[in-house]
Ligand binder design. Sequence first.
Ligand code: NAD
Ligand code: UDP
Length: 358
Amino acid sequence: MKVLVTGGAGYIGSHTCVELLNAGHEVVVVDNLCNSSPGVVERIEFLSGRQLSFHPADVRDLSALDQLLNLHAIDAIIHFAGVKAVAESVVNPAKYYSNNVRGSLTLFEAAARHGIRRLVFSSSATVYGNNQDSPLREHLPRQPDNAYGRGKCMVEEYLTDLSRADPSWHAVILRYFNPVGAHPSGLMGEAPLGAPNNLMPIVCQVADGQRPELAIFGDDYPTADGTAIRDYIHVLDLARGHVDALQAALGNEPGLIFNLGTGQGTSVRELVATFEQVNGVSVPCRIAGRRVGDAAVSYAEVTLAHERLSWRASLSLEDMCRDAWRWQQQNPQGYSRKPLPDLQGHGIADIGIPAHST
Ligand code: NAD
Ligand code: UDP
């Protein structure tokens, strides 16, 4: 298949591009690089041993999308492009509705004009809100607490309406829990352009001395150690879930929505302890107040994705911590100017990538 990947230069998109190329698909990326670097493209090509077509453009630009879709006969779209900082969405909702809702609607319009109606959409566990008991099942009501989550809900509902109105639309909605980790080669990982907001990149920056300590947001939650619980999932497992979801988008079933998580809850303290133990480093912590809008406990019910996509997360919290740290150590400044290894006639398999990447 020829797959258009919007936001393919980003964290989850780049890992998914490698998995798509490894699975034999052709890949076309559109990304406006508002939270990513062009340097990721050569890493994707290096890791997969294949080329992709990269287009720097905004998904809100209908004429740019039209041109691109005239150039490439696309079979299906994986739509990652969007902005994702929950706290920012509260103070700047316009940015979120514009990028994430208007951007999606523009993309779907361009797709329909070119006869493309098979799509995988990046949604989020945020759509469940903070007041429902885990494990969170796909049929629970959408109760988002912020503009980011409301935008994701709007796009989910729009896709559901589109499929109802025109059964030739086949959209698969994936709700990610907490993606962490990096490609086990150490060549690709999470490289946000500004300061990170999520736990794992902050833990990595504390471990390598870029920050003095981790502020743990609350140790008075009703959990065993008092810190909040999330469902962390390795980005490589998530990427592979997209390749499986793409197959599902080829089928004729309407309204497919899947959680992608491990089904396991991990507290902030547990994650920090595992990170310290597997990497032999220290992560100084201090207890800070709860972060406004945080859920105490959030983890996924994952049986639906297993039953319908034959997908299941296979990598452990130890793998996530090890790979995140390898990426951080090898790329403390993200993608800036690090030369790729010289293969000197050897294949990518010869540069010592841990077994779980193949
Ligand atoms: P990311 O910021 O690393 O990647 C998003 C990419 O989209 C970036 O490369 C950015 O430059 C691009 N982009 C943003 N707006 C664009 C626009 N208008 N036009 C073209 N390109 C645009 O983020 P990520 O973590 O890879 O997330 C990918 C998707 O997954 C997002 O939709 C996000 O909301 C969703 N998601 C992420 C998480 C997470 O914790 N990382 C969790 C749940 C859902
Ligand atoms: N967290 C923390 N300190 C930080 C960043 C995050 O204690 O500097 C906690 C946060 O309160 C949450 C967990 O780590 O309980 C995961 O946070 P993240 O922002 O990565 O994911 P989300 O809360 O959006 O699921």
